[in-house]
Design a protein around this ligand. Structure first.
Ligand SMILES: CC(C)(COP(=O)(O)OP(=O)(O)OC[C@H]1O[C@@H](n2cnc3c(N)ncnc32)[C@H](O)[C@@H]1OP(=O)(O)O)[C@@H](O)C(=O)NCCC(=O)NCCS
Length: 169
């Protein structure tokens, strides 16, 4: 379990402790509650889906799923979809919690989990105008693929940028 305390300059004027932990079947109602009010839906290349949320969650439940909690509320969801020695990553932060580093925290943890699993490459894909996601990926060392909507990180080459540190200029 990972906890993070935001600074007092965070948009919500109260001390906040977020917890990041692996999802369990018992967390399904809280995850559905996050997606019930998630905007936009879909947010990126059809995900999270406007319809058939339960079916989507069923399809991905065998993969590593991480949930970010604000007390009893799920406010973020990260997924690692492994295939052979690589995996696709996707992160979703509820709109009330964006822009304060939580997406970076979630993707960082997915990268660390991928490394623990012995994976060699992580990749993701989003729309070209999804500036937050593309910036987030780049800040953790992901680079663009031939298809500019796609970004990838070779874990053999990565040197700890997933800690949130910026790559050297
Ligand atoms: C993409 C997403 C996960 C980012 O989450 P977040 O918690 O807001 O991200 P962070 O606060 O960690 O910021 C990540 C980067 O985006 C930038 N950013 C955040 N909001 C931004 C905005 N509205 N416009 C431009 N850049 C923005 C941040 O400055 C940061 O870049 P930097 O590291 O170069 O400073 C979130 O916007 C989201 O859930 N979007 C909808 C779903 C989606 O598109 N998921 C991607 C699936 S692959």
């Amino acid at each position: 379990m990972l906890s993070v305390k935001t600074t007092e300059s965070a948009p919500v004027a109260r001390a906040e402790i977020f917890e990041l932990r692996a999802a369990t079947p018992a967390d399904r109602p809280a995850l559905l509650a996050m997606y019930a009010t998630f905007e936009p839906r879909p947010g990126s290349l059809g995900l999270p889906p406007r319809y058939g949320l339960e079916q989507w969650l069923d399809r991905i439940q065998s993969f590593p799923n991480l949930l970010l909690w604000d007390r009893e509320r799920v406010v973020g969801h990260g997924i690692l979809c492994p295939q052979d020695d690589s995996a696709e990553v996707a992160v979703f932060i509820h709109q009330e919690y964006r822009g304060r580093g939580l997406g970076t925290l979630l993707l960082s943890e997915l990268v660390q989990q991928a490394r623990r699993m012995g994976l060699r490459r992580l990749w993701g894909m989003t729309e070209l105008d999804n500036v937050p996601m593309l910036r987030l990926a780049r800040s953790l060392g992901f680079v663009s693929a031939d298809d500019p909507r796609q970004f990838y990180l070779d874990l053999d080459d990565a040197q700890g940028n997933e800690s949130g540190e910026r790559p050297a200029a």
